[in-house]
Design a binder for this molecule. Structure first.
Ligand code: B4P
Length: 190
């Protein structure tokens, strides 16, 4: 079972490249951002809770996201592989994912880390905000999302580097060029 984590700052191209991975390798997609936005749209209790964090550019608490992931993971149990897009975002989430996979006789195959500098990230998210209507794609919230990434999410990179599973990829260029590099990294572990 191929388990790919796609990792990177907000706006680094995780969602975009996940779509290409799904098409090429026929994988199931788990995007915690998409799951949370769907809950917000449906006005569920979880959605209302998540909205308060997302609109401020903060992470939804670990226990909420980890609890949510266990159910989502079971719904994909017949897939030949899974892309984890935007999860894990903290060390605690990384540990929880490893435990959940281990309980199912699986492991993380590769962690694709998309490297993009901050001015480019801000530019992309501002542009997306002009069309997406997302409550978190405005300059103030983007800045706090980038701070959260630096402080809470990027330490995970060191963790995956130590396990030898990290593939750092330059996330600047055309979507196709970047995908070529990602596919090379995935093919090595397939
Ligand atoms: P996410 O939905 O994961 O949003 P994101 O980090 O902004 O990345 P996304 O995948 O959408 O964007 P992409 O880089 O593809 O999370 C949203 C929020 O939900 C978080 O801030 C948090 O509050 C909450 N959340 C989610 N998961 C959580 C978790 N595990 N724990 C706690 N909280 C959680 O693309 C951005 C833009 O760049 C697009 O417009 C795209 O077209 C463009 N782009 C992509 N590639 C490009 C390229 N090569 N060149 C130019 N532009 C490009």
């Amino acid at each position: 079972m191929l388990n790919i984590i796609i990792f990177g700052a907000p706006g680094s191209g995780k969602g975009t490249q996940s779509e290409n991975l799904i098409k090429k390798y026929n994988l199931a997609h788990i995007s915690t951002g998409d799951v949370l936005r769907a809950e917000m749209k449906n006005g569920t209790e979880l959605g209302k809770l998540a909205e308060g964090y997302i609109s401020k550019g903060q992470l939804v608490p670990d226990d909420v996201v980890i609890g949510m992931l266990a159910n989502v993971l079971d719904s994909k149990k017949d897939a030949s592989g899974v892309i984890f897009d935007g999860f894990p975002r903290t060390i605690a989430q990384g540990e929880a994912l490893e435990k959940m996979l281990k309980e199912r006789g699986q492991d993380v195959s590769v962690v694709v880390s998309l490297e993009v500098d901050e001015p480019e990230l801000i530019d992309r998210l501002i542009k997306r905000g002009q069309q997406s209507g997302r409550s978190d794609d405005n300059l103030e919230t983007i800045k706090s999302r980038l701070d959260v990434y630096k402080n809470q999410t990027s330490p995970l990179k060191e963790h995956y580097k130590n396990t030898g599973k990290l593939a750092s990829i330059k996330g600047v260029g055309t979507v196709e060029e970047i995908f070529g590099l990602i596919a090379e990294a995935v093919d090595k572990v397939k």
